[in-house]
Design a protein around this ligand. Structure first.
Ligand SMILES: Nc1nc2c(ncn2[C@@H]2O[C@H](COP(=O)(O)OP(=O)(O)OP(=O)(O)O)[C@@H](O)[C@H]2O)c(=O)[nH]1
Ligand SMILES: [Mg+2]
Length: 391
């Protein structure tokens, strides 16, 4: 109970710092926004670190949780002996899955706290996950359920950490007050953008840290993989033949380029995951006739990579023009001095000098066909984007 701990979701942990032992964390999702991947990832990370998990499940059977873990790629097989279920679903269905602990709503509401205290006695070092307490509320009277959870809060605090999921239904002021008793509240929200649901998390409150960043962070839950911070769009631009398509292809887990006679005539599109981040990456054509497109696409970007051919100083004026065309000098931007493998390639510092870029725009050397090299460039840019989004 004294251990510091973490949620096991790196970008979220970065926002809330480490969690003091005995903290209660409420994860509150908007209806329709998937929260389970957060719980799965947290459960898995702790099991992987040798901890014990008590997984309370209220709206589906424990076997469904095991399936969910598997779908997200969290292989808990080696740690099964340290994962114990509190099954509050099967007893209601008149079924049994032989879970270690069972709970029946509404009959057992009055003994919720006592049950958690008993479980804690059996597993003093465990972390507690409750998925989800909204189901508990929905299966009984609102007032009785809220009272039961409020009474059980002291028992939750005995665990190294208690992570409880709620869905943000209009439960009223009593629910809002209940949330206030939790040490930390994290919201999972969704914004509809035509057909696409963008999901983001935001830390509303954490008692152990005064300097919490309340800015929303976009994420995607990926099967397999779990929760990734999502950087919607990175644009790769630069002069004709500089190596943009090659760069996008090298970087991406999946990518499509449409080339005709060796030049790109549509947007290169790739998708990739790197260091807990996921990004869509778009390469523009280099020819001038596509310049109007460049302006539009850069308008929706979060960052720009300008690829230049380091063996072709004569194309640097065009590169400069394209940087201006993006019309977004305020956007995080980085220059990849490409084709460093070729003889006569200008060094990045020389490219920077000839481009005459302002100091805050970094110029880094790169070889477009080399994965590590391309990833270095992207990492630089993503760091810039993340410090803008997170800090
Ligand atoms: N030696 C070397 N060749 C490279 C490198 N990057 C790209 N190339 C080559 O440069 C040529 C042009 O590369 P592309 O990726 O098609 O360039 P692009 O910028 O997409 O070109 P456009 O779409 O026509 O503007 C290809 O022959 C690539 O194989 C590099 O780092 N080193
Ligand atoms: Mg191309």
């Amino acid at each position: 109970m004294s251990h510091q701990t973490a949620l096991g979701i790196p970008q979220l942990d970065r926002l809330i710092n480490s969690i003091p032992g005995g903290s209660t964390v409420a994860l509150v999702n908007d209806p329709g926004v998937e929260a389970e991947p957060f719980l799965y990832q947290s459960a898995y990370q702790h099991l992987h670190q040798g901890r014990t998990i008590i997984y309370g499940v209220f709206n589906r059977a424990p076997s469904a949780v095991l399936r969910g873990l598997k779908e997200y790629g969290f292989d808990i097989e080696p740690y099964k002996s340290r994962l114990h279920f509190l099954d509050a679903f099967s007893p209601l269905m008149g079924a049994s899955e032989n879970a270690r602990y069972t709970f029946r709503t509404p009959n057992d509401l009055g003994r919720f706290g006592a049950l958690l205290a008993q479980i804690h006695k059996d597993h003093p070092d465990a972390l507690l996950i409750l998925d989800s307490l909204s189901t508990l509320i929905d299966n009984s009277s609102l007032a009785a359920a809220l009272q039961s959870v409020a009474d059980a809060h002291a028992s939750m605090k005995r665990f190294s950490m208690a992570l409880a999921l709620f869905t943000r239904w209009p439960y009223g002021d009593d629910f809002t007050r209940l949330l206030e008793t939790f040490d930390c509240v994290i919201s999972l929200r969704g914004v509809e953008d035509r057909v696409l649901l963008n999901q983001y998390f935001v830390v509303d409150r954490a008692v152990w840290s005064r300097a919490i960043d309340h800015r929303p962070v976009l994420y995607k839950a990926i099967k397999p993989g779990g929760v990734f911070v999502y950087i919607p769009k990175v644009v790769v631009t630069g002069p004709y033949h500089a190596g943009k398509s090659t760069f996008v292809q090298t970087l991406s887990d999946t990518a499509v380029s449409v080339n005709r006679l060796g030049t790109t005539v549509a947007l290169d599109h790739g998708h990739l995951t790197i260091d807990g981040l996921t990004a869509d990456i778009f390469g523009t054509p280099g020819q001038e006739r596509f310049d109007p497109l460049l302006k539009t696409i850069a308008g929706q970007a979060l960052g720009v990579i300008v690829v230049v051919d380091s063996t072709r100083p004569d194309t640097l004026a065009r590169a400069k023009e394209m940087m201006e065309l993006t019309g977004k000098q305020a956007l995080p931007m980085i220059v990849a001095a490409n084709k460093q493998d070729l003889p006569g390639a200008l060094k990045p510092a020389e490219v920077a000098k000839r481009l005459g870029v302002p100091d805050h725009i970094r110029v880094v050397g790169c070889t477009g066909q080399d994965k590590e090299s391309a990833r270095m460039v992207l990492r630089e840019l993503l760091n810039q984007i993340m410090t803008k989004v997170v800090d």
